[in-house]
Design a protein around this ligand. Structure first.
Ligand code: ACM
Length: 748
């Protein structure tokens, strides 16, 4: 025992006082009844499990592990009851995943009917036991059960591969938020990530790829990997011990390029170009519908079912563009022979056939909402991703459905516009917006609501190259999803008060998750800097109070509260943090403000000229190692606007540009990307006042053409006053994609 535990009596005094406050639990339990008194909780408190109850022992082991991470000691697990213990008790008659937790001065009891309920009782107890300084637990009774049975996250391991260690961490993070489904997207055009013993070329050929690079850029190292069957068994067991069912996804009939590349006979005979590996978007390669192809898919599903005990198996079905089927006489003959209407109906026939195969093996098919278009068996589950329209159509047709709508629950969207946000889809899906997602929209009738199994956040990884970024993009938004899934939609989920209440419970939960290795996004708290009329403006996404200093010291709870724009004598060092009570939150601002501060904008700080198009925050393909810049760019219409740029006293404009490979499969959309014609071979950046007038400044791209990194272009600019600067470039086509790194206004 270290010195730390000698302090116990002192800490208990403080904890006794703290125990009076309502415990900040997350997800919020259905019912909490607080009672007078506390129960002592320290390293001598044992966990009591009935002999030979494996589920209870597992829940106790998880609790001991969590307490160890949080508090540094590991409670003993024993069989004989004793006063002051935490007991795991099997109680009949509670709903699935429900638990009851009673804490009294003489001990605590977690009761549940199923294993999941016992684990969730343990998770709630852990939340109470990690309160800062607490060496006692507040006496209370909690009765709790989830609103939805499907509380999920999807992880795309195909576009970028994550290590088994990351997947286990994700499972840890999910479990302590009572999320219970990990939908694992293991296969896509850019990679095949699951070892299939019968078809070794799937991984030998398609587990590694060379990322795209702009023309002339040094090649990037290969990226990829795959999960061996041994890895998968271990991960499935790890998840099961945390009551998480892994739902594997094998995509078909589209998103199949990785399989067709390995075994070309599975495809329509259209060769795959080399570059296909590193492009994003929707590819036209589809499986053919020959008997050997079905045998292949059934063989793959056999191995998948042997690895994953999940009741559900996801077989994709999204974004299968039918060009190759339309162009094929063999497919047309098949459509006629089957008496089908068209290629969409053929996809329905295809999916239904595999759905029946799963059914015959005791599994249930789930697919993206396109599976509805061609008709699927009645018990197929529809995952609604094109908004919630798929869920409505599914429920109307009598199918169960899972809500994972884009953009609301697509976690590859940026969650803030700040400089620390990693790449992703450009449009911002804030924590607040995710928390406001309504899983019981009025558009669904009560009867249709009964078909909603639950909801899920989707972590697509085209633009999420690293595990640290995947974690940042997933949390804390996944906690909002967990709360909606567990507690349901509360009347006022959109109200300030409700969101504030969520934050007060979220922040302690993020603290608790730190020992589990989570570095979550601070976007909801990050202090943002702006200027108005020569004064400094601060705000944060969550509209929390901000405290600031101008003397270089870190803002504390005693620092002045920000009440409105701050005057300053430049230069000044401004530090500010959002506060929850006395607690300074992550995402603090620390900036030295001088004459140049508001004369620089990054691509993320510039506006888009047009709401149409596809805004992405894309990482540079250079350098191969170390940090790379990233740029916010509308790939269908590259154009940035600086509204009200302060041009008084400005003589020169500097535009720093990077070049990106245009690695997007966009079909006909690519032809619609238009540029003004270049005056010089490499083209020019053009700056206009508004987007229609003549250029105020023209910056030839020639010096940047041979530079794979950032090039700073400089030109004189003659204009005055606050001006909307519109920034475009001339080109003969979309590749390379030029992207603004930053724009600077200079006095000379
Ligand atoms: C999807 O986002 N294509 C399901």
């Amino acid at each position: 025992v270290t010195g730390r535990y000698c302090l116990l009596p002192l800490i208990s005094l403080a904890a006794g006082a703290a125990a009076a406050a309502p415990p900040p639990l997350r997800p919020q339990p259905s019912e909490i009844h607080e009672q007078p008194g506390t129960m002592a909780f320290d390293s001598t408190t044992p966990l009591v499990v009935p002999a030979s109850d494996k589920g209870a022992r597992n829940a106790a082991e998880r609790l001991a592990e969590l307490i160890h991470g949080a508090r540094g000691f590991r409670p003993a697990i024993i069989a004989a009851d004793r006063p002051g213990a935490i007991r795991f008790v099997r109680a009949p008659g509670l709903p699935a995943e429900a638990y009851r937790l009673d804490i009294a001065p003489d001990g605590a009891t977690i009761r549940a009917t199923d294993d999941a309920g016992l684990l969730y009782g343990a998770v709630t107890l852990w939340q109470l036991a990690t309160q800062p300084g607490a060496t006692s637990l507040p006496a209370l009774s909690i009765e709790d059960a989830p609103r939805f049975g499907w509380r999920g996250l999807m992880l795309d391991s195909a576009r970028h591969f994550q290590s088994p260690a990351y997947v286990r961490s994700l499972i840890d993070w999910m479990a302590v938020n009572k999320l219970n489904r990990l939908h694992w997207h293991l296969v896509d055009d850019q990679g095949w990530r699951i070892e299939i013993r019968k078809y070794p070329k799937l991984t030998a050929t398609s587990a590694w790829r060379t990322p795209a690079g702009a023309p002339g850029a040094p090649p990037l190292p290969k990226t990829g990997g795959f999960y061996t069957q041994r890895d998968i068994r271990a991960i499935v067991a790890y998840a099961a011990a945390r009551e998480i069912e892994i739902v594997p996804e094998i995509e078909m009939p589209g998103h199949a390029a990785s399989a067709i590349r390995a075994y070309p006979k599975l495809g329509m005979g259209v060769p795959l170009p080399d570059r296909v590996w590193s492009e994003w978007g929707i590819f036209p390669w589809l499986y053919n519908v020959d008997e050997p192809t079905f045998r292949f898919l059934e063989d793959v599903l056999d191995e998948v079912m042997a690895l994953f005990p999940s009741r559900f198996v996801h077989i994709g079905g999204d974004e299968a563009v039918k060009d190759q089927w339309k162009a094929s006489p063999a497919i047309q003959a098949k459509i006629s022979a089957l008496g089908l209407k068209d290629e969409t109906a053929l996809q329905g026939w295809f999916m239904a056939r595999l759905g029946r195969y799963l059914d015959a093996h005791g599994r249930r098919m789930i697919g993206w909402d396109e599976i509805l278009e061609g008709g699927v068996p009645g018990d197929a589950v529809v995952m609604s991703w094109r908004g919630i329209d798929g869920a409505i159509a599914a429920a109307q047709a009598g199918h169960d459905t899972v809500l994972s709508p884009a953009p609301d629950l697509y976690l590859d969207h940026r969650q803030g516009g700040g400089p620390d946000e990693p790449p992703g889809r450009g449009a911002i899906e804030s924590l607040r917006r995710v928390y406001a997602f309504d899983p019981a929209p009025a558009r669904l009738t009560d009867a249709q609501q009964h078909h909603v199994l639950g909801l899920q956040g989707n972590m697509w990884t085209e633009h999420i190259r690293t595990e640290a970024r995947a974690a940042w993009m997933s949390f804390p938004r996944a906690i909002a999803i967990a709360e909606i899934g567990w507690s349901g939609h509360r009347q006022a989920a959109n109200s300030d008060r409700d969101y504030r209440d969520f934050l007060t419970r979220l922040v302690p939960q993020l603290d608790r998750m730190k020992p589990l290795g989570l570095v979550a996004a601070d976007s909801a708290f990050a202090v943002r800097l702006g200027a108005r009329g020569g004064r400094l403006r601060l705000d944060n996404q969550s509209e929390l109070p901000i405290r600031y200093t101008l003397d270089g010291s870190a803002p504390t709870a005693a620092a002045p509260l920000y009440r409105g724009p701050i005057g300053y004598d430049r230069p000044v060092r401004l530090r500010g943090a959002a506060f929850l009570g006395d607690r300074a939150l992550p995402g603090a601002l620390d900036r030295t403000i001088d004459a140049t501060t508001f004369r620089v904008r990054t691509s993320q700080q510039l506006g888009a000229c047009n709401d149409a198009g596809v805004a992405l925050d894309l990482e540079d393909d250079y350098p191969a190692t170390g940090p790379r810049p990233h740029f916010l760019v509308n790939i269908l219409q590259p154009c940035w606007i600086w509204r009200g740029a302060p041009l008084d006293g400005i003589a020169t404009i500097a535009v720093s540009v990077g070049q990106l490979p245009f690695n997007f499969q966009l079909g006909k959309d690519r032809d619609a990307i238009r540029f003004r014609p270049p005056a010089t071979p490499a083209g020019e950046v053009e700056i206009r006042a508004g987007c229609d007038g003549p250029p105020l400044a023209t910056l030839p791209l020639a010096p940047a053409a041979a530079n794979p990194g950032i090039t700073r272009l400089v030109a004189p600019i003659a204009a005055a006053g606050a001006t909307d600067l519109c920034i475009t470039y001339t080109a003969t086509g979309p590749d390379p994609l030029w992207a603004i790194d930053k724009v600077e206004l200079l006095a000379e």
